[in-house]
Design a binder for this molecule. Structure first.
Ligand code: B4P
Length: 192
């Protein structure tokens, strides 16, 4: 099994590249953002709690997302590997993920960190907000709060994986296909 973390600030292209990567490598896509939006659409108690935080650009509590990921891992035995998109977003989530994978005799194969400038992120998310119907994409202040959350809580996750020599930086600006090719190059080098 080969597990990948696709990492980067909001709007860096994680969701976009995940779609292409799962098609190319037959991995199971686990996006905590998508899982949370499903809870919101189903109007569950968890969804209601998550919505109030996501609408302010804040992270959802660690125990909530770790519980969702744990359930998703259990629900998908025998997969070729997982592509984690938007998770882990804190050091506590990273440690929990490593422990969950260890229980299944697995580990992260590579941590791909996409680099995009803040102005490009804001531009992309405001643009997506015109059609996505996502309330966290329509307000520039909320988008900037998401980037602040990323800088203060999430970027440290890369330092955590750096100690295991798993981090690869990828330029996240340019064409979607060129970025996909750069990601694939790094995956192929490690999967072989
Ligand atoms: P996510 O759903 O993970 O959302 P995201 O970071 O905004 O998006 P994504 O990043 O996948 O979008 P993409 O770059 O592909 O999280 C939403 C919220 O959920 C968080 O703020 C948080 O509140 C909560 N949450 C989720 N996971 C959590 C966790 N683990 N812990 C706590 N809270 C959590 O695309 C952006 C736009 O860029 C698109 O319009 C796309 O078309 C465009 N784009 C992509 N690549 C491009 C390129 N190369 N050039 C130009 N445009 C491009």
């Amino acid at each position: 099994m080969f597990h990948i973390i696709l990492f980067g600030p909001p709007g860096s292209g994680k969701g976009t590249q995940s779609e292409k990567l799962i098609a190319a490598y037959g991995l199971k896509h686990l996006s905590t953002g998508d899982l949370l939006r499903t809870e919101i659409n189903n109007k569950t108690a968890l969804g209601l709690e998550a919505k109030s935080l996501m609408d302010k650009g804040q992270l959802v509590p660690d125990d909530v997302v770790i519980g969702m990921i744990s359930a998703a891992l259990d629900a998908n035995p025998g997969t070729k590997g997982f592509l984690f998109d938007g998770f882990p977003r804190t050091k506590a989530q990273a440690e929990a993920l490593d422990n969950l994978l260890k229980l299944k005799n697995g580990e992260i194969g590579v941590f791909l960190a996409m680099q995009v400038s803040e102005e490009e992120l804001v531009k992309r998310l405001l643009n997506r907000g015109l059609t996505s119907g996502r309330s966290d994409d329509t307000n520039e202040q909320v988008i900037r709060s998401r980037i602040v959350e990323y800088n203060s809580k999430t970027s440290a996750v890369a330092d955590y994986y750096q100690q295991f020599g798993k981090v690869v930086l990828i330029k996240g600006e340019g064409s979607v296909d060129d970025i996909f090719n750069a990601l694939s190059h790094e995956i192929n080098a490690r999967m072989a």
